[in-house]
Write a protein that binds this ligand. Sequence first.
Ligand code: ARG
Length: 478
Amino acid sequence: MKSPEKPAKSTNATTGKLWGGRFDEDTDAFVESFTASVNFDKRLYRQDIAGSRAHAHMLTQVGVLSADDLASINKGLDKIETDIAAGRFNWSVSREDVHMNIEAALTEHIGDAGKRLHTGRSRNDQVATDIRLYLRDACDEIAKEATRLMHGLLDQADRYNATIMPGFTHLQTAQPVTFGHHLLAWFEMLLRDLDRLADTRKRLNKLPLGAAALAGTSYPIDRQITREMLGFSDVCENSLDAVSDRDFAIEFCSTAATCLMHLSRMSEELVLWTSVQFNFIELPDRFCTGSSIMPQKKNPDVPELVRGKTGRVNGNLVSLLTLMKGQPLTYNKDNQEDKEPLFDSVDTLLGCLRAFADMIPAIEANESVMRDAASKGFSTATDLADYLVRKGMAFRDAHEVVGLAVRHGVENNCDLSEMSIETLQQFSDQIEADVFDVLTLEGSVGSRDHIGGTAPSQVRSAVKRGRDRLSTTYRTDV
Ligand code: ARG
């Protein structure tokens, strides 16, 4: 309540705030820093300036701003952009956020024209526009790193198209596969992620600016001019939704979490494979670190860390879902909390993709170790059953026969391919000398010769198709 003897204070000069007109007292010092976002949203300065340029240009086109005002606004924004990039800009917490820091600096530089920039606009449609512009660029950068990683996978799959390793179910030896085929499974996971990213980009590429605070504006704006200048495919159709929607950030965080989940699964396999017990692959020293106490250690830190970082990216998705779930229309200050989780998911995913894109081409397979492992654990048992089926036996009967042969192998510590023909014939008189063609590892993988199968020739053609599919999945023209 105002005390009667207190003079009415109603200018910005009282509080030093751009919105200070109706305020009687200064903001509490703690509240000022508690509510400020500049320390993290200054990262949006390029997008904020691009949005201001487009808005001012549009206002000039429709006759709300003069050409002179536009020229000084552009000049002032150029200087501010250069100053920020050079680290010369004086960011101020009392100016709350990136938007008001830039607007206040503009007015300091160019005077009254700076005060006219915010005509027909609100920070609500401004920030929604900034984040979409930022995220569009982030998606493109992430797609670039993901594509680099996927090319690495295709190259390695081609190189190891005929290298035999055990394929696992339940982490138990199941059937022999080629290492190239295994790497192509990773490629498929990432290609789906890239497709999801393209879809995320498509939906976020819409312009909120023009919604103003929530209801639109009474100025004769032309949103198509702004849309075109900022490269959006469309305008957001409803002003209330435009300022309050953060689905696009949630969708991005979900795409990022799914991709990290995939990188984490790959990491888990790399960690297992570099262990002395598996010894399937070598990771170059530059992707590993040692132990301060155990001199023999070479730890696969990069994949371990990628696996660990999946946690925070999952957390960011849950943060944003929870942030939005209780909000009434339209903008609420809660929304300021969207940025840190979003930025963190972008940075984390980008870093993990970069590390993987560098590391994957450097992996060397220990081919003889992989092969030895595949020759243990009765990995060609299914091939023997299929052989008996081809000789006329029903699959269930063949399964039983091979089960008995495997039991014999376990008791006598020998693989199916190491048994003599006489031994094998004890289990079925349908077994003949040609059985050894299917009991070999090469015979086993070579026989799975259909699209999606593990045969080396199939791996080679899948690599070729993979390159084409990769070149058309992520598009920036939609
Ligand atoms: N810093 C704010 C944010 O990040 C900008 C929008 C503020 N709008 C408002 N009406 N207080 O969400």
